[in-house]
Ligand binder design. Structure first.
Ligand code: ADP
Ligand code: MG
Length: 229
């Protein structure tokens, strides 16, 4: 039977001592369950462990004690820094993520408003543009699990709003299970089913708030259609 819940259990996550920094546990006995299809916003102070948590959930970081179960595939991830391959054009960076579906890459570049920049290499793009290419790459894989690390950072307000609309449409239509890290709670609450706040060291959940969304993209219930209001 398919899993109904992304179950995050971190017994311990520590980074080894380096450069005079003390070894400390980022997470200890941490648990978070995310129902499939839920859009869960993660907030909390800088350095609390949000990016680390996304890396663990993605499967990229295996250096922890604990288990991640119910991880739906494929996973689409947008890192806090764009992590584009510098020797490839914007378009090729997206194509590489979707083998067999490369012809769809221009559509994703257009979805983030960068259809005129497909042949540009990352160093020719502004920080905000590179982040949008990274967002397009994460979305292009048509993820069942979507991990977004500060997707609206370094975007002007108009562009950020366009990206929120894009994500809102994808949440309504495709319902990926989503963990979205952002500081912009006012805007995030328009997209989220739930806001989880991490604080402390090791990090714990200090607030866990359900959000009633108005645009009809809450996780599906039996007999409920996928209408967008
Ligand atoms: N590769 C690493 N090696 C050592 N310490 C790290 C590494 N990555 C992150 N950290 C530390 O772990 C803590 C959590 O980092 P991070 O997950 O990036 O926080 P956030 O995304 O919430 O700002 C920070 O104190 C950071 O300095
Ligand atoms: Mg971070």
């Amino acid at each position: 039977m398919a899993a109904l819940m992304l179950e995050i259990r971190i017994e311990e996550k520590v980074f080894p001592t380096q450069g005079g920094r003390k070894r400390r546990a980022i997470f200890r006995d941490f648990a978070l369950d995310v129902p499939l299809g839920q859009v869960c916003v993660l907030a909390g102070p800088s350095g609390v462990g949000k990016s680390t948590l996304l890396s663990i959930v993605s499967g990229i970081d295996r250096g922890f004690g604990g288990t991640i179960s119910g991880r739906a595939l494929p996973v689409g991830m947008m890192f806090q820094t764009p992590r584009l391959l510098p020797w490839l054009t914007a378009l090729r960076n997206i194509e590489l993520a979707i083998p067999g579906r490369q012809h769809e890459a221009p559509r994703w570049l257009a979805a983030v408003g960068l259809e005129d920049h497909g042949e540009d290499h990352p160093q020719r793009l502004s920080g905000g543009m590179a982040r949008r290419v990274a967002l397009a790459r994460a979305l292009a894989v048509e993820p069942a699990l979507l991990l977004l690390d500060e997707p609206f950072a370094s975007l002007d307000e108009t562009t950020a709003e366009a990206m929120r609309l894009l994500l809102g449409g994808i949440f309504a239509k495709r319902r990926p299970t989503t963990l979205l890290v952002t500081h912009d709670l006012a805007h995030a609450s328009a997209l989220a089913d739930r806001v989880v706040v991490l604080e402390g060291s090791p990090a714990g959940i200090t607030r866990d708030v359900a959000i009633a969304r108005s645009h009809g993209s809450a996780p599906p219930r039996a007999g409920q259609g996928g209408s967008v209001g």
